[in-house]
Every structure is written in C-alpha cells, then in structure tokens.
Design a protein around this ligand. Structure first.
Ligand code: 9MR
Length: 366
C-alpha cells in the first residue's frame, strides 16, 4: 500500500487529538468499521482469542461464548488469526490425533464474514505438545512427523488460508538460530526450515508463506539475520513469500522509527511484508486507569505502525493481537503492564482505535 502520506499524517494528528472517550455507553454503536475504512485490498486483522493463556482465566472460551466479542470480530476486521488454535499443542494433541474443532470454527466464521485467515504456526519452539517434546524419536521419525503435520494441517485448509506463519521465532535476539530450544532445528539442522516451506507450498500452493518474529521491527541484529536467511532461501528456490514483524510494542521504549525502512528492505527482496501481532502495552498507572497522555502515546504507536505498513507496497496485511483488553495476553505475561489493545474490557473504543480508523480512511482516500 502506498498512500498519500501528507494526508495520512494530517488525519492521524487529528485522530490523536480526539476526545478520549468518544464512544457512547454502548461501545460499538457507530457504524464505521476498520475493515470498511481500509483501502481496497488491504487486510486489517485481529487474533481470535482462545486457548493459550485464556485457558487459565476465569472466563469461558471467548470466541465461542462472548457474543459481543464475536459481533465486533465479524464487523470490524477482514482478516483473522487463530491466537492459539492452530498451534501444535492445540491442533495435534496426540501423535495420532488431530483436533481441528476450534480451527475449523474460526475458518468457517471467517468465510461467513468475508474474512481471510492467517494460519499460525507450523514450526516453532513453543507450545508444542508433550508427546513431541518429550518423545524419543529418531531424526527420521521427527522429520516424518513434521512433514505429516504440515501436509495435514496446511492441506486441510488449502485455498482457505491467505498467509501462513510457516516458521515462527526461529532466531533469538542475537540473531542466532535457535539451535537449542527449537526441537526441529536442534534435531534436524537449519535445513529443516527450507523443508517446512517446501512442504507447506506443496500442500497449499496458493497460501503465502511467511517468516514471522518479534523484535524485528527495526533494522537490528535479528532482522539482519532474517534478511540474510531470506536471500539464502530465495537463492535455493525455496518458496518463501513473506517476512512479518509481530510488533508487540511497549510505551516503555521508543517507537521503532525505522519500521518502514526495515519492511522496505524485505520488499526489495521481492517479499510481501506484514504486521502480524501488534499491541502496545503500557505501565499500569496508580489507580489503574490509563492517563490521557498514556492513551495518546499508545494511539501514536498504533498509528505509526499502521502508517509504516501502508507506506510499503507489499504490506497489505496488518493484524492487531486482539482488540479488547479483556482478553489480552499482556497482563498475564508482564507484571505491572497492560491496556495494550484498542478497546477497553467493555469494548469501549480507545484513541488507538480512532487512530487506526482515521489512518485507514486517509489511506483509502489517498
Ligand atoms: O497470545 C498467545 C497466548 O494466549 C499464549 O498463552 C502465548 C503462549 O506462548 O502465546 C501468545 O501468542 C504469541 C504468538 O503465538 C507468537 N508471538 C508472541 C505472542 C504473544 O506471546
């Protein structure tokens, strides 16, 4: 996407000066939606809450039980990413048993609501089932297990998944391949990454296949490692189509101002780019209610991340990691931080929501 930048900047500034609580008590009453504000061909998505940390909270499964949540999910977004429901521990709980229930329901919901789906994820060091991590498999068996998994899961949704995060978080922050904690790379060597892409491509030739990670928003050691890897994979003819930055940001740190430049250098290699898991956490203030300044700062981060993606031709997919604070992973993982999403627990829109909406609108006009 390449919008008229000055218009965006002007509108974004306007968005940031909007009154804090612009929503009526019934939060989603306004007809305007992110998905309709977005330029043609641009996908604005969210994670679909369920599994993972949600299982330890005192609420039922959000996607299947929270009507208001589902309503907003269907109205606001034209892309969805299962937050946990396609991860190994969820979808492949025993060696000879897959559990597609939750993933099937999300894909069906997406189709009903005219949404695309980002599949997440196939080769990762985390959220793998015990039977896999603790199993005593030969290298040959492990390779067979990965191949079968990819063929089965990608094959099941062939033609219905727009983008797959094939390899997730394969480098550490020093830009070293995770040769210890990633079972696949540890046991089968770095070449397994290329094989995962090949198998996924065989199973669904239409899906765009991505490398996805956090802390790769900037040009840094870790994103440099991806930049080198992509060139290497492309040279070998490996079907890698995209590079995505998760963008779990915090107002404790400055905004990664070189995000656009970083996306552009992957674009220059011929890859699609995407923002896949944006949220912007903040320190929980005394009294537990974010200040106006905190909300403005958060809105600015959301707006800048979106603008960076909109400014890069091949960045057509922009996903936030949930839309309501009610179901955020942040307070569970970061003590003293929270309020990372664009709506409150009660689905009241925050300045960050309006910043996204108005930035999309400006890009659509531009
Ligand atoms: O949001 C997910 C949460 O429900 C899980 O408990 C957690 C477990 O690792 O994973 C969260 O999602 C992660 C995503 O799959 C990959 N990038 C980082 C995300 C936040 O941890």
């Amino acid at each position: 996407m390449r919008p008229v930048r000055s218009a965006i900047a002007a509108l974004a500034t306007a968005a940031l000066s909007l009154p804090l609580i612009a929503a009526a008590p019934h939060s989603d009453a306004q007809p305007d939606r992110l998905r309709s504000a977005a330029p043609e061909g641009f996908f604005v998505g969210t994670a679909v809450a369920g599994g993972g940390h949600h299982l330890e909270q005192d609420y039922p499964d959000p996607f299947t039980h929270d009507k208001e949540y589902r309503r907003i999910l269907g109205r606001q977004f034209n892309s969805v990413s299962p937050e946990n429901q396609m991860k190994w521990e969820f979808i492949h709980p025993e060696r000879d048993r897959y559990d597609f229930g939750a993933a099937d329901a999300i894909v069906a919901f997406a189709e009903k609501h005219g949404q695309v789906v980002r599949g997440h994820t196939l080769l990762w060091h985390s959220q793998n089932p015990q039977w896999l991590e603790q199993g005593d498999f030969s290298k040959e068996e492990l390779r067979g297990i990965l191949r079968e998994h990819i063929t089965t899961v990608v094959g099941r949704y062939a033609g219905r998944i727009q983008q797959w995060d094939v390899a997730n978080e394969i480098f550490d922050d020093q830009g070293r391949l995770r040769t210890q904690d990633n079972i696949w790379i540890r046991e089968l060597g770095p070449g397994i990454v290329a094989d995962a892409f090949r198998w996924a491509h065989e199973a669904d030739p239409e899906a765009k296949l991505f490398l996805n990670d956090y802390n790769v928003e900037s040009v840094n050691t870790k994103s440099n490692a991806y930049h080198a890897l992509v060139q290497d994979l492309l040279k070998q003819g490996v079907p890698v189509h995209g590079f995505s930055a998760q963008a779990h940001l915090s107002t404790r740190y400055g905004f990664p101002g070189d995000l656009e430049a970083n996306l552009r250098r992957f674009d220059a290699l011929g890859l699609e780019t995407a923002i896949t898991e944006l949220d912007v956490r903040m320190d929980v203030p005394e009294g537990g209610v974010p200040t106006e300044a905190q909300q403005r700062r958060q809105a600015e981060y959301y707006q800048r991340a979106l603008s960076a993606c909109l400014a890069v031709d091949g960045c057509d997919s922009f996903t936030i990691w949930g839309f309501t604070d009610k179901y955020s992973w942040v307070p569970v993982f970061f003590e003293g931080e929270g309020f990372a999403n664009v709506m409150t627990d009660d689905f009241v829109r925050k300045p960050a929501f309006y910043a996204l909406r108005d930035t999309l609108k400006a890009a659509r006009k531009g």
